[in-house]
Design a protein around this ligand. Structure first.
Ligand code: GDD
Ligand code: MG
Length: 346
């Protein structure tokens, strides 16, 4: 069994965070995001993983290397131009010889992939997609299944009226099990989407196409800043089973600073007396001066937060400078190297 992670998107909805950092390696609780996917694959005994890249591939490859550091074997396939999700799978065909787990590279989940594979085998399916229930399916792929778990309909980004009319809320969770025969449905060298082209074609061809509903698992698409911040909140609230937060980093935290137990502090940070950090992820080498406040926020590495500054419910990129008594409020997302002068409010 092998895996292909689709990680070639530009991550436009996560801008400005993804201008210099491709979405797959955006840090989540101070860890490159893809490591969470590699971890759930490893748990299911899958160590042969192909990364399908297009946007800033070198940054991803430089960081993850051959995967040996994480106990897996990583290979890279880079499209010269993005070929769409289905086209990217076809483009990687030379590396695909057997049943493959295909993952959207921006899904944070603790799905048990062994259970998904067992379901696929029991159903004798050629393609299985994982499904999850959400409140508003309109920004996802809506999937209708019958009582035997066969997929009946796949509607990508359905109109609100369609959602209301169909009365379903099971959406494509972005983890598939595909037999290599699915490759034959996708033309070589052309841009194709799983969602708009390949899935409808599987249905047309009457192949065994099943949906596996995740009932108890954590699931989130990290595609926009709001959801990125919410993923951190979920972590701090203890909501993601199986992923252990690494709190072993060594930093210089003043005894008179207030850092709560929920927060995660990277290595080489300096936190001065009177500073307060609550439910936040602080990247490595961050400097937080006297009486600064960081609450429900994510601060990337090497940022400096000057005395008396306050950051709440916000994301601050790498190597930023937040001036004295500046205020960064709910929903702000500061790109790398942003500099806010003293007393600025954003
Ligand atoms: N290699 C490669 N090439 N990867 C791509 C390309 C491409 O041309 N286009 C997109 N990807 C990758 C993205 O990097 C991302 O990890 C994944 O494919 C899905 O693309 P998104 O752009 O994030 O899609 P989405 O979130 O709007 O919708 C998809 O995910 C939903 C679940 O989060 C769809 O699969 C929906 O049906 C699904 O519900
Ligand atoms: Mg997405």
């Amino acid at each position: 069994m092998q895996a292909l992670i689709l990680a070639g998107g530009k991550g436009t909805r996560l801008r400005p965070l993804t201008v210099y950092t491709p979405k797959p390696i955006v840090p989540v609780v101070n860890r490159p995001f893809l490591l969470y996917q590699i971890e759930i694959l490893s748990r299911a005994g899958i160590s042969d993983i192909v990364l399908s890249l297009s946007y800033q591939p070198d940054k991803i490859e430089d960081l993850l290397g051959d995967g040996s550091e994480f106990g897996v074997r990583l290979r890279y396939v880079t499209e010269p131009t993005p070929m769409g999700t289905g086209g990217a799978y076809r483009f990687a065909a030379d590396e695909i010889r057997e049943t493959t787990i295909v993952l959207n590279g921006d899904i944070l989940t603790d799905l048990d992939i062994s259970d998904l594979i067992a379901f696929h085998r029991n159903q004798q399916a050629e393609a299985t997609i994982s499904l999850v229930r959400v409140e508003d399916p309109s920004t996802y792929g809506l999937v209708e299944i019958d009582p035997e778990s066969r997929v009946k309909r796949f509607l990508e980004k359905p109109a609100k009226e369609d959602v209301a009319e169909l009365g379903m809320n099971t959406i494509n969770a972005g983890v598939y099990v595909l037999e290599p025969s699915i490759l034959d449905l996708i033309p070589v060298g052309e841009n194709r989407s799983f969602e708009y082209d390949v899935f409808p074609k599987i249905l047309e061809n009457g192949k065994a196409f099943c949906g596996y509903v995740m009932e108890k698992n954590y699931w989130r698409d990290l595609g926009n800043p709001k959801s990125y911040l919410e993923a951190h909140r979920d972590f701090f609230a203890g909501g993601i089973s199986g992923f252990v937060i690494d709190r072993s980093a060594v930093s210089d935290i003043a005894t008179a600073a207030l850092v709560d137990k929920g927060s995660v502090i990277g290595t080489g940070c300096v936190i001065k007396p009177g500073a307060k950090v609550t439910l936040s992820a602080i990247g490595q080498g961050v400097h937080i001066d006297e009486k600064a406040v960081v609450e429900n926020s994510v601060i990337w590495s090497h940022t400096r937060i000057s005395a008396g500054a306050e950051i709440r419910n916000a994301i601050v990129g790498r190597s930023c400078h937040i001036g004295r008594n500046a205020t960064v409020t709910e929903g702000s997302v500061l790109g790398d190297k942003t500099s806010l002068s003293d007393y600025t409010k954003v």
